[in-house]
Ligand binder design. Structure first.
Ligand code: F1P
Length: 351
């Protein structure tokens, strides 16, 4: 529920009159942004999912090649470092041991420019980085990241625009994205109003052992994040798949005990997603779909549907994350687990 205000803080002083301000990135913008030709992102857990969304944005909006890797693997393989690559580490705490180690390794490997997207100004990852973009999410009490995630995405979209306008992004496109960013807090307030209906859905997850999450394109990492939230706080085994992968294995798991959660914004991937949903329905799976208010869903049988206000495709990953967080939260409440301090997890993984 704090996310609209947290996002306002992330944006504060960083956008003006249809522009993302270079000043948001400190000296890095002036020194390096004109020379950046590709981006390497590392992070763990929820922050990794933010990086995965950013990759879609970086290539589609900024036109820059972008790789994303879990920080816990980064230093265990050989790397080719393309010149002009910006190394971005994302971490809520700024203390995650693997992300910090990946950053140190990256500097050793010869990545010249490093940027940290972080929530804690005095953290180790901030100290190790050439430049920082603070998320300003404020203290997050729960172990499972929520506002940390959506503010990371907001910060990453600022970065994508700042790099993009030096490359593939026109001033008109920049202004359009800035307008969407400005309306994000209101869009999220709107989604938060779905809470009663989401709570009613959650009742039907209380006795489940497993759940599947589906998304396509930039909504695939959103589905991953929804599944991670459910795992972390309700201890229900949940996996996310790009919906096109269903028939390559996971379809075998579908029966009438398997809830399948999908995010369906109104974009060119909708028709494909709908045919995947029909496959689930035909095998008895229970479908829970968050769909754009304008997405035609009439011909998909057996779907429980919650309508999300129309949103632009660019910010849709941020908007659609929130109902998935609320679903996990209400399932956890019903199961009686500790939503703030899940078993076996630590807020900051420093070893
Ligand atoms: C990464 C992370 C979180 C998760 C939990 C454990 O932390 O995996 O995403 O919610 O707190 O650590 P960070 O690097 O973003 O602080």
């Amino acid at each position: 529920h704090e996310q609209p205000v947290a996002i306002e803080k992330t944006l504060d002083g960083r956008i003006r009159a249809g522009h993302v301000l270079d000043a948001a990135f400190g000296p890095l913008a002036e020194k390096a942004f004109d020379h950046i030709r590709s981006v390497q992102i590392v992070a763990c857990g929820t922050s990794y999912h933010a990086g995965m969304v950013a990759r879609y944005w970086m290539e589609a909006i900024a036109g820059l090649p972008c790789s994303v890797e879990v920080a816990s693997e980064f230093r265990y393989r050989k790397h080719v470092v393309p010149p002009g690559t910006l190394f971005v580490s994302i971490s809520q705490s700024g203390e995650t041991a693997d992300t910090l180690a990946a950053l140190k390794e990256a500097k050793h490997l010869g990545y010249v420019h490093t940027l940290a997207i972080c929530n804690v100004p005095e953290s180790s990852i901030v100290r190790e980085s050439e430049s920082t973009l603070m998320t300003r999410a404020g203290l997050e009490v729960g172990v499972a990241s929520t506002k940390a995630f959506t503010t990371q995405l907001t910060a990453l979209l600022l970065l994508v625009v700042a790099l993009g306008k030096r490359n593939a992004l026109s001033a008109g496109q920049e202004a359009k994205i800035v307008k969407e960013l400005e309306s994000l807090p209101e869009q999220i307030r709107h989604v938060l109003r779905l809470e009663d209906e989401i709570q009613a859905w959650a009742e039907q997850f209380g006795d489940k052992q497993h759940a599947l999450y589906l998304g396509r394109g930039a909504q695939y990492p959103v589905a991953m994040e929804g599944a991670l939230k459910l795992k972390e706080i309700s201890y229900i085994h949940a996996e996310a798949y790009p919906s096109g992968e269903l028939k390559h294995g996971p379809l075998a798991l579908i029966d009438d005990q398997m809830p399948v959660v999908a995010v369906a914004p109104n974009n060119e991937l909708l028709e494909k997603l709908k045919s995947n949903l029909q496959e689930v329905h035909a095998r008895g799976g229970q479908l829970y779909v968050f769909a754009d208010v304008d997405a035609p869903m009439e011909n998909v049988p057996g779907v429980k549907l919650l309508r999300v206000a129309a949103t632009d495709e660019v910010v849709a990953p941020i908007v659609y994350t929130v109902p998935l967080q609320m679903l996990a939260y209400h399932v956890a409440l019903i199961k009686g687990t500790d939503v703030d301090q899940p078993r076996n997890l630590a807020k900051s993984v420093t070893v």
